[in-house]
Design a protein around this ligand. Structure first.
Ligand code: KDO
Length: 336
């Protein structure tokens, strides 16, 4: 029997062979997908280290991880839109940035709500998050893979405690406090009693050294990693926000992965988040003496006064009006 192999059959056969070969052979470098991650964080920040040392090796079989630190790939606050437009694959995102697109995300950026790192994980993995995650995927094309622990944010000032002893929010009246640039951040700065100034993270050190701002708020590990202790004189341990980030991933890239690759990416993100959380907690619990040794006074203010004042600012606020019914109660119920 003479079989006429049409061109189409030949191509189909070659493609089938090609698929078989690619399934068998490891992907050549040029076959790997590229995962660029944009972050305002430094290369030595524990979230960055976790992504490079844990996430990258776990996905190396099919993906080439390419981090861009210190806002060099995309400026802080522009990463999510870049992913949405298909110009970026990953970022270390914040609830405050997501709240610019979906105001209800401000609930996860509200002062004195999350109690600790474990509470953040319980909330992120609870069904209450499903509508939030679905909305980001469906409307922004971004998949939130895991929650990262950034740490307890405190008020960090240029003035010494002798010049300005911070006991209650009233003591922050008129203080020019740098906060990140989104509305939710600015609201938190005001809720603390200060006068917030929007500014990108990469500009903060210079602004503190020149006196362009009086202070900033970040966790102790960031104060060390960014060397803010060189240009400030005190930290009032307000713990006003137990802060978090999300590992954000392009939905379009995700949908192009095989199910095995998707499982590997998810596991790699969870492993990196867990590793980074552990390292950040270790640093957070051990750096106070080092910072004091650098000439920065660290002390506890009237936490009851701060908690009550900050929470009162959110009640009846434009942000609270966007929170889905019952979610705050569920978050509180997942606390200690
Ligand atoms: C900051 O700008 O103060 C902040 O802490 C906000 C976080 O959401 C995150 O963007 C962080 O900066 C960067 O990762 C740098 O640590």
């Amino acid at each position: 029997m003479i079989t006429t192999i049409t061109r189409r059959t030949a191509i189909a056969s070659l493609m089938a062979l090609g698929v078989a070969a690619s399934a068998a052979a490891p992907l050549a470098a040029q076959d790997k997908i590229t995962l660029r991650l944009a972050t305002a964080g430094s290369e030595t920040d524990q979230r960055s280290v976790a992504m490079a040392e844990v996430f990258a090796p776990m996905v190396a079989g099919f993906a080439d991880y390419q981090p861009g630190y210190n806002g060099t790939l995309f400026a802080q606050g522009t990463e999510l839109e870049a992913i949405s437009r298909g110009n970026l694959e990953m970022s270390i995102a914040s609830a405050q940035e997501l709240a610019q697109f979906f105001p209800e995300f401000s609930i996860f950026a509200t002062g004195y709500v999350h109690q600790d790192a474990a509470h953040q994980v319980r909330v992120f993995n609870d069904p209450l998050m499903d509508p939030f995650k679905a909305k980001v995927e469906d409307e922004l094309g971004v998949k939130l893979l895991s929650v990262m622990y950034l740490g307890r944010r405190h008020v960090n000032l240029r003035q010494s405690r002798d010049e300005l002893d911070v006991q209650t929010p009233a003591d922050l009246a008129g203080v020019n406090l740098r906060m990140p640039g989104t509305d939710a951040w600015q609201f938190l700065g005001s809720a603390l009693g200060a006068s917030p100034t929007p500014m990108a993270f990469t500009e903060v050190y210079t602004a503190l050294s020149t006196g362009a701002v009086d202070g900033q708020d970040n966790p102790l590990p960031t104060v060390v990693d960014a060397k803010f202790y060189e240009v400030t004189k005190q930290i009032a341990l307000t713990s006003h926000l137990v802060d978090l980030n999300y590992i954000a991933f392009s939905k379009e890239v995700w949908e192009g992965l095989t199910s095995d690759q998707q499982l590997t990416v998810q596991r790699a993100a969870d492993a990196a988040a867990a590793y980074g959380r552990l390292k950040q907690l270790q640093k957070e619990n051990s750096l106070a003496d080092f910072i004091r040794g650098e000439g920065v006074e660290i002390y506890e203010p009237d936490l009851k006064a701060f908690r009550e004042h900050v929470q009162a600012q959110y009640v009846g606020s434009e942000f609270a009006a966007t929170w889905p019914e019952g979610v705050l109660e569920k978050i509180n119920a997942l606390g200690n």
